[in-house]
Design a protein around this ligand. Structure first.
Ligand code: SF4
Ligand code: SF4
Length: 136
């Protein structure tokens, strides 16, 4: 009885092995084959320094405290080790200074750290001067 049961299990296992041999692999051979990205892939946060007004909303609302802004030095920094790519900063930034890129960030070692700092280049537009002498 036990022998029959063992043989049945072996047959089932053999069937599974043969089936897997004829199937295509379900995973890719990364990095030999490039990774595939899709429109909805949450790869990494992209920052546009020309649009950032240093409002710091992203800093206050980032759940993993991945962003810091130095308003005096005009620096925007992201710690990619902390960022969980939740998209919150993208949704909250009213100036479209942050967006979601589909490609994954390049790998770094713990020594290299995952922080990236950008110099904010946004220039606040000047208010138009009030014209005098038009009053009647
Ligand atoms: S990235 Fe957007 S939300 Fe963050 S400080 Fe700049 S303007 Fe404000
Ligand atoms: S995607 Fe989320 S975790 Fe990453 S920096 Fe933006 S708010 Fe923070």
């Amino acid at each position: 009885m036990y022998r029959l049961y063992g043989e049945m299990r072996a047959m089932k296992m053999l069937k599974t092995i043969l089936k897997q041999l004829s199937n295509k692999p379900v995973t890719t051979t990364f990095p030999a084959e490039p990774a595939r990205y899709f429109d909805a892939t949450r790869g990494h946060i992209v920052f546009d320094p020309s649009k950032c007004t240093s409002c710091t909303i992203c800093v206050k609302r980032c759940p993993s405290q991945a962003i810091t802004v130095d308003r005096v030095a005009k620096l925007w920094t992201i710690d990619r080790f902390r960022c969980v790519i939740c998209n919150q900063c993208v949704e909250l930034c009213s100036f479209d200074a942050v967006s979601l890129g589909t490609a994954y960030s390049a790998s770094v070692t713990a020594d290299e750290r995952g922080t990236e700092t950008f110099e904010i280049t946004y220039v606040r537009p000047k208010k138009p001067k009030k014209e005098h002498g038009n009053e009647e």
